[in-house]
Design a protein around this ligand. Structure first.
Ligand SMILES: [Zn+2]
Ligand SMILES: [Zn+2]
Length: 291
């Protein structure tokens, strides 16, 4: 190619023109593809591999390992299917928010694997606005308020008996008649006469997850355009947060974030960047001054 033949608007990225395989059964390509294309110049090709074999949210297939390991295993499934050296996958985790225990925090991780460079780069976004419900209900119970909280219709539900069962599990329910029938059928084998009812968290049934996945993909795309100052490998970004500042009042150490450590996915190079305005910790956060 002649030098200067690339359009001015093309991103100056190590992955310009590259094709990565996205492993998903859950229609994540519109959430991840556009960010990779716009910021990185990389094309995302979907591989519809069975990512549920790595575990499901409903627990009917146990999920091994943490989100990073699961996303990595998913990406590798896609890469094996297409023979690509570049893979992408995402994984969501749902847990009570550390600050607001009655609110479920969704953390969406998007991971990129480059087997040519031998690197894995991930970015995550946590959000507390994903609609989630969990309840045990009997046939005929008034569940309208629950369904409003679940944003039912737009969001899917899963219904199962209150005892573990592989046979009676209804997923992706968006219709009230189907829901009522599933509650009746799942309550029947349950010793307590209830059916277990929860949000179907798969991305194609849970629209409030989708912008969170897209936000994580945008962070990942931005990170892939930043290269290590030592070895020029793409994927430079925050690898951990340092904690510990003297309390402004008593000078004892308070474990608040003090600095971001940026690092390279390929070499040991790291740079510590203190957070601005963090000479002292607010005494409100100090367990001695504000127990
Ligand atoms: Zn203090
Ligand atoms: Zn490096």
């Amino acid at each position: 190619m002649m030098s200067g033949a690339q359009p001015e608007s093309a991103p100056a990225s190590a992955y310009l023109g590259a094709v990565a395989t996205l492993a998903t059964m859950h229609d994540k390509s519109p959430l991840i593809g556009p960010a990779m294309s716009a910021a990185v110049g990389m094309t995302v090709q979907t591989s519809h591999v069975d990512t549920d074999q790595l575990g499901t949210f409903t627990g009917d297939i146990a999920r091994p390992g943490n989100a990073w390991d699961t996303a990595l295993a998913k990406a590798r499934l896609g890469m094996t299917a297409t023979g690509s050296k570049l893979g992408i996958a995402s994984e969501g985790t749902f847990a009570p928010s550390p600050s607001l225990p009655f609110i479920i925090a969704a953390t969406e991780l998007v991971l990129f694997v480059d087997d040519e460079r031998g690197i894995v780069v991930g970015e995550a976004v946590t959000d507390c606005t994903v609609a989630t419900v969990v309840a045990d209900v009997r046939p005929g119970d008034v569940i309208d308020e629950l369904l409003v909280r679940a944003r039912f219709g737009e969001h899917g539900l899963i219904v199962s008996p209150t005892i573990p069962s592989q046979n009676f599990i209804y997923k992706g329910i968006h219709d009230r008649h189907v829901l009522d029938r599933a509650i009746r059928e799942c309550a029947a084998p349950s010793p307590d006469g209830h059916a277990h009812f929860e949000t179907d968290l798969r991305a194609h049934h849970c629209p409030t997850r989708r912008p969170v996945i897209a936000a994580a993909a945008q962070r990942l795309a931005a990170r892939l355009t930043v290269c290590c100052p030592t070895c020029a490998t793409p994927g430079w970004g925050i690898v951990r947060v340092e904690r510990g500042l003297p309390c402004r009042h008593c000078r004892r150490t308070v474990l608040v974030p003090s600095a971001d450590v940026h690092g390279c996915p390929a070499c040991p190079c790291e740079r510590t960047e203190p957070r601005t305005g963090t000479e002292f910790a607010d005494p409100v956060r100090c367990e001695w001054c504000n127990p």
